[in-house]
Each structure stands twice: as C-alpha cells, then as structure tokens.
Design a protein around this ligand. Structure first.
Ligand code: C2O
Ligand code: CU
Ligand code: CU
Length: 562
C-alpha cells in the first residue's frame, strides 16, 4: 500500500505539478553572426522576477550557433550587460586573439569582432563568458549557448539532424535561487535543474531514433545520465567529435563543460513516457553531485538535496513518427587517429592542490599556484605533441579543461579509458587521488602576446584561481595570429608616475578606458594624437588599457609598480 501511494504521489508530481514544455533556443547559421548580450529578467517562479542575462531575443541563455567546418566566420559580440565581459568559444580551435579568454575584455557598451575559420569536427560545443572572477556569475545568470558544428563526414551518415524534432539540444544546469528568486551563482545548494532554462521540463519526441545533445553547463554539478528502466542508448559523440563507432551504454557521466551526443531508439513507443534522469546515487563521494558526508544537524545547509539521489532531468513524451524517420543506428561513424604516446616530445605535470586535505570548497590550485595573469605557466613550441599528467591531490573531483586543443585520454590510474572517453575531448573529470594522462598536439596558432587558458571547469574553482595559462611559440613556422596589430604605443610599462599613449597611425578620436583586474573602470576619456594619464595614486597591479577608434580596437596590459 505504501508503495502504491508513493507511486501515485510520484505520478502526481510528474504530470500535474508544474511541468513545462522544454524551451528550444532558436538557431543562427551562416558566416556572419551578431550577438548582443544584455540584462533581462524572467518569471521563473511565482513572486519576484529573476534578473537574468540573455543573448539577442533570449531573456535567458543564447541562440544555438550552427557553424560549418571550413567556413570563415565573423562574430560581433555586443556587450550590454552593464559590466565588463568576454565571450569564449569553448572547444573551438582558434587563435588566442579570437578565443575570448580573460584578456579579450569587452567593456560595457562596446563590441568585439573575432573572425576565424571553423576547424573543428562536427560535434556539440558551447559559448560562455570568461571574465576574471565573474565567469560563474555571468554564465549562470544566462550568458551561455550551444554551438553545433556540422561537417561533411557527419553529413554523410544517416543520423537524426532535424533541430528540435529528432535532434534535441539540452543545456543542463543545476542552479540555486535565493528566497528573492535571484540566482546564487556560487551557491552550493543548487537544487533546481534547468534544461534550456526550463524548470521541470517535458519534451515531445517522435517514436523513432532520436539524437540528444547533452551539455552540462552547470557551475559545479556532475550528472550521471540514464533513462528510466535502464534503457540502453548509443553514445555517438563526445566533446570534440563523433566517435569511431557508437558505444552502447546505460549511463553517461558528464561533469561541467562536458558534452555528449546520444541516440535513443523510441521506435514503437508512441504514447509512452520515459525520463532522462541523473543516477547521482551511483556517483562516488568526492564528485560534486554525488553522495556527501553526513553533516552535523546544527550546520547551515551546505549541500544540495539533489546530491547522491536519483532525480528526473527531462520527461520525454513519445509521439507519432515523423514522415522520414531515421530507423537504424549506423554501425560505424567517423575514423579518427588518436595521437600516439610514442610521438610525444614533451610532458607536463599538473598537481591539483589545496591548503589542506580537508578543504572542500576551495581555493584550489595547480601546482600550489593561484592564477596570475602576469605569469605564463607554459611556453609550448608550435606543433609539440605533449602528454599532460593530471593528478588530483584534493578531496574533490575537478573537471580539467584546456583551450586551443582537443586531447585524447591515455589512461586513468594506468588503465585505459572507457570506450565513451576514447574520442576527442576538451574536458576530463579527475577524481580525488586519481592520475589521468592526456595527449594533445598544439598546432596552427602561435602567439606569444595572448595566452590560452587551462582551468578547472567548476566555475567557482576557476573564478577563485584554479587556472593557468600557456602560450604557443613559433620561430619560423606557424601562423601568428594577432588580428589587429596595435597602432598605439604605451609607455613606460611598468609605470610609476604616468602612462603615455601615442597613436602611431593617423590621429583620430580614440576612446580610452582603463580597467583593473576585476573589470572595474578606473579611467575613461578620449584623445586624438596622444595622452598622458597620471597614475601615481593608483594601486600597484595589472590594468587593461582598452583603445578603440574607427580603424582599430585593442586591449593592452599595463603594470603599475612602485
Ligand atoms: Cu568553457 Cu575556459 O572554458
Ligand atoms: Cu574553453
Ligand atoms: Cu575544481
């Protein structure tokens, strides 16, 4: 009887209490993209309206960008959020100047125009800001979107690819709201799961083979996805491309930043309902989202009620077939040749550390160092093939992410990775006391002026400084890729009393803004030929000088040092 009641109750919750039709972001495709990030608000819950960030017409989240491999694209990012930001193309192999890392700041009211050739293989990628100490705040408030890359190899396969019909984008985020219905981007009590910004979502899917693109865009939570009744599915792609052949699975674990594409066969299920769930009870302790240590009753709530339990992520209402359904899962996908360990010509060792073994919420470090914008951690010769050994000496698992390249996992504690993890990746979850070796090749882009980042993709760990930076250097070969060379000279640097800025091209009205490391605007003015800025009262530290006129736009670093 008890069980029946529980079942009835579960049914009531699932079907009556506030289920919402899954929101599907619209798409932008072509070669020219215009993105305006703005402040907005959305009624997530009854009562107070929630302050959000959105892109273009979206009040929360961003349009899905569809890129074709080989296309030369140009993206204009307009910043209208009332704060400094950046925009990073997560997983894309682009030059540092186009990567949108912490150095490519876009001041409020300004825009940024990266241009690059799409070189990545077909897969699911994403975009989000990368502003120093503000990534969590800006991404969780809604400044994030999906990128779908298509290419010829993928197009040659019989796969579902009708967006929102049999190819469903799922941006999954666990979030915390305070009692005034506002986002708590760094909160640990992330008890609401949003899919494409929809709370308690359901989606209609046809009774045939359906593709789902899963992106874990959460600040910290790892999901252990599966379907009700342990229904089997096929994983066809991970972070950076299609696998060589589909891998049958009943679970796929995704930590923050990771993506996967699944095929699920719903043939003959018209009228039925299944759930995409996170089987978080099966995660080991130490992974954020898994079971937690019991806390004394007097301590304030530190953990989300979702930790360590199985919960629904998305309800799937199966409906009639479409007119031209995909009816079979291909047996092979796209050939790929992982980099060979024998070809590696350098190794790096990254130890994930904390002040003590008891630390659960940071700060965490790489090799005992906090991120420092003035320190280049690695100088990597162009075309190096490198093995990075990632060791987690803390109590919690960290999703390690690197910009510029994709990598292959060589081993986890000496054992080969699972078949799902065998393809091209750009995030790997490293568990407490685990050692993971990955191999990557640093091709195409050398630039010693703007670094690439590597960091933990738990956004609060990243914002707290669990990040490092590298430059790729080239002597003779390789493409140097500073998009616009600066026509300004700034001196002396480091400065003590004053900074002089001279426009070395033709004089014209130039806007100047100087911001500190936190993105606060310290100085704002304009000049034509040259200007002198007294800085003797400024705190020692790093500042960014942002210069823009009709001809060019640049951000340069200066140091005030006395
Ligand atoms: Cu998803 Cu450094 O980024
Ligand atoms: Cu990235
Ligand atoms: Cu971390």
């Amino acid at each position: 009887m008890k069980q029946v009641l529980a079942l009835v109750f579960a049914f009531y919750i699932n079907t009556v209490a506030g289920q919402h039709l899954l929101y599907i972001p619209d798409t932008l495709s072509g070669t020219t993209f215009n993105l305006t990030v703005h402040r907005d608000s959305l009624q997530f819950f009854p009562g107070k309206i929630t302050q959000t960030l959105g892109v273009n017409s979206h009040k929360y989240l961003a349009p899905t960008l569809i890129f074709r491999k080989g296309d030369s694209i140009s993206i204009t990012v307009n910043n209208n959020i009332g704060d400094t930001t950046t925009m990073h193309w997560h997983g894309l192999h682009v030059a540092p100047a186009n990567d949108g890392g912490p150095f490519s700041m876009i001041m409020d009211g300004m825009s940024w125009n990266p241009q690059f050739v799409v070189r990545n293989n077909a897969a699911t990628y994403w975009y989000h800001p990368h502003m120093m100490m503000k990534t969590a705040e800006q991404a969780i408030k809604g400044d994030a979107g999906m990128i779908i890359i298509r290419d010829e190899a993928e197009a040659a396969l019989t796969l579902p690819r009708t967006y929102s019909i049999d190819d469903i984008p799922l941006i999954i985020q666990s979030v915390e709201f305070n009692t005034f219905n506002q986002f708590m981007p760094t909160g640990m009590v992330d008890s609401i799961v949003l899919v494409n910004g929809t709370d308690s979502p359901y989606v209609h899917a046809p009774a045939q083979i359906v593709r789902m693109r899963l992106l874990n865009a959460s600040g910290e939570r790892t999901f252990n996805f599966g379907f009700t009744a342990n229904r089997s599915f096929s994983v066809i792609a991970n972070d950076n491309g299609l696998l060589q052949s589909p891998v049958a699975a009943t679970r796929i674990r995704l930590s923050p930043g990771e993506r996967a594409e699944l095929l699920i066969d719903l043939t003959g299920m018209n009228g039925q309902i299944i759930q995409l769930k996170s089987y978080a009870s099966e995660l080991p302790m130490g992974i954020q989202g898994g079971p937690t240590m019991p806390m004394p009753s007097w301590s304030p709530p530190m953990n989300s009620p979702l930790n360590g339990i199985d919960f629904n992520v998305l309800q799937i209402n199966v409906g009639p077939q479409t007119t031209s359904p995909v009816t079979a899962i291909p047996t092979t996908l796209v050939p790929d040749t992982p980099y060979l360990e024998a070809n590696a010509n350098a190794t790096r060792f990254i130890n994930m550390t904390a002040d003590s073994m008891m630390v659960m919420d940071g700060p965490f470090y790489f090799n005992h160092n906090l991120f420092d914008m003035m320190r280049i951690d690695y100088r990597i010769p162009l075309n190096n093939t490198e093995i990075w050994t990632l060791m987690d000496s803390t109590m919690v698992a960290h999703p390690f992410h690197i910009h510029d390249v994709h990598f292959y996992i060589l081993d986890r504690n000496g054992l080969p990775p699972s078949p799902v993890e065998c393809g091209r990746k750009d995030v790997v979850l490293v568990q407490s006391m685990e050692t993971v070796r990955v191999i990557a090749k640093f091709e195409d882009f050398a630039d010693t002026t703007i670094p690439y980042m590597y960091h933990c993709h738990i956004l609060m760990h990243e914002d707290d400084g669990m990040m490092g930076q590298f430059v790729v250097t080239s002597e003779a070969s390789g493409t140097s890729n500073v998009i616009k060379n600066s026509g300004f000279s700034i001196f002396p640097n480091p400065a003590q009393q004053a900074v002089h800025i001279v426009n070395t091209t033709s004089p014209e009205k130039t806007i100047i803004k100087i911001v500190d490391e936190l993105g606060r605007v310290i100085y704002e003015s304009s000049f034509e030929q040259s200007t002198t800025i007294p800085v003797e009262h400024w705190a020692s530290g790093i500042y960014f000088v942002f210069l823009a006129n009709e001809q060019q736009m640049t951000t340069q670093k200066i140091i005030i040092n006395r």
